[in-house]
Design a protein around this ligand. Structure first.
Ligand code: ASP
Length: 424
């Protein structure tokens, strides 16, 4: 039992890291094979990565439904539930705004757009002129889907969350008659947790294949180095901002609000953070985040089940910071002067765009169109800018997704401490 727990806690993160590092090496060594001339080889690597990602994704919707229902029904009373919800939303909003401010300060200080140039400009589909309230409306609209099956099929997790929360409330309100449903959901949740326990043991192989393919497609070490050169300052700004948020802001908040040691708290989530870095998807990482929260960080089960699925969907500190930096960077590169009001709009819409972004790879790049539009940056500039930064998005996506997951993890500890008024 003790050996089993030790292996699970320490062996898995090491294997996950080994998979990622091995993938970089394998992709670097075989970079010459990724030019489309060796489809059997590249296809096999892709297949392994794809199967692994699918295995993770297949668990997401069922797991969210059972987790959220149990989170609501096991909270023990309406007032605890209300307090936890409110604390969660306030904390998520507050930290996302802090992340955006950090990004905006750094991009203004470093001014990466004045150093680099966006020479590889192409175009992507042009956008309609959107306003900040369009961003708000579309985010709010996605919370109430008209068809739950369609929302689930499209991976619109926020809609599934609303439905699950409502179902949880319904169960609470029918009293004794709901008991059987809670037991059923609990046992289903146990089954999913078991499946996830199995799946994560093949994660090192899956991560190896994903990183292998990405490195190979990027042209190996040389390809990555040349991408870094062109957009180096921009990447540096994003990564510096993410680092400030992940290593200073969030740990400080964690310590001040819960008294927990940020280093050991982060180590509890090492599996989830490595998984987020490797898959670039908070949704695919979610089951592992919940598992780490309950088993390693010892956060309460109901709080983890409630706060983390919500966080994976709406709390994207890394994405918000990234969107704000990217938009200002593009404007700087094209010599545009941004007024104080425009910066304010960028801050607001980056926050909303991050809330609205799906928890899947590259989602932040898609919702960024909204930020450009709201800040009145001409569509030609926006599309050229997005086309240029697309090249390095696969790298930055990993960093911001890790910060997104870390932000959710910190939020869980805070709600566990403040929301449920529990003393640890
Ligand atoms: N990949 C990110 C996530 O899943 C979203 C984004 O593209 O920023 O959290």
């Amino acid at each position: 039992m003790i050996i089993d727990a030790f292996l699970k806690k320490h062996l898995l993160p090491v294997l996950l890291m080994a998979g990622a590092v091995g993938g970089v090496v394998a992709g670097g060594v075989t970079s010459g094979f990724w030019n489309g001339q060796h489809p059997a080889f590249t296809g096999s690597v892709h297949l392994v990565g794809e199967l692994f990602m699918n295995l993770l994704k297949i668990m997401v919707i069922p797991f969210i439904v059972t987790s959220m229902i149990l989170g609501v029904t096991s909270m023990g009373g309406q007032s605890a539930l209300k307090r936890s919800f409110l604390t969660t939303l306030i904390f998520y909003f507050f930290t996302t705004v802090l992340a955006v401010i950090t990004g905006l300060l750094l991009v203004t200080l470093i001014s990466p757009g004045e150093v680099g140039n966006l020479s590889q400009s192409g175009t992507v589909a042009s956008s309609h002129p959107l306003k900040w309230y369009d961003a708000l409306f579309s985010t709010i609209r996605s919370t109430v889907p008209s068809n739950i099956v369609m929302a689930a099929a499209k991976g619109e997790i926020i809609g599934v969350i609303t439905f699950s929360i409502l179902t949880g409330f319904g169960i609470l309100h029918i009293g004794k008659k709901g008991k059987v449903l809670v037991e059923f959901t609990q046992s289903l949740n146990d089954v999913f947790t078991k499946l996830i326990n199995w799946i994560i043991w093949i994660a090192p192989l899956g991560i190896f294949a994903i990183v292998f393919e990405n490195t190979g497609l990027a042209g190996g070490f040389n390809g990555i180095t040349s991408q870094l050169k062109g957009l180096g300052f921009y990447m540096l700004t994003v990564i510096a901002g993410l680092s400030v948020h992940a290593f200073l802001t969030l740990p400080l908040l964690l310590f001040l609000l819960t008294g927990r040691n940020p280093v050991s708290y982060a180590l509890n989530f090492s599996q989830a953070i490595i998984m987020a870095f490797s898959t670039a998807s908070s949704a695919a990482t979610l089951p592992l985040t919940v598992k780490n929260s309950i088993e390693n960080a010892k956060n309460s089960e109901s709080i983890s089940q409630l706060v983390l699925p919500l966080g994976a969907t709406v709390n994207m500190d890394g994405t918000a910071l990234y969107e704000a930096v990217a938009v200002v960077f593009v404007a700087q590169s094209f010599g545009m002067h941004l007024s104080f009001v425009a910066i304010g709009i960028i801050a607001l819409t980056s926050t909303l765009a991050a809330v609205g972004a799906a928890a899947i790879p590259h989602a932040g790049l898609v919702t960024m169109v909204m930020v450009f539009s709201a800040a009145d940056i001409p569509p030609e500039i926006a599309s050229k800018g997005i086309a240029a930064i697309l090249a390095v998005d696969w790298i930055l996506d990993r960093f911001r997704t890790s910060v997104n997951v870390w932000g959710d993890a910190v939020g869980t500890a805070v709600v566990d401490r403040l929301g449920s008024r529990k003393t640890k």
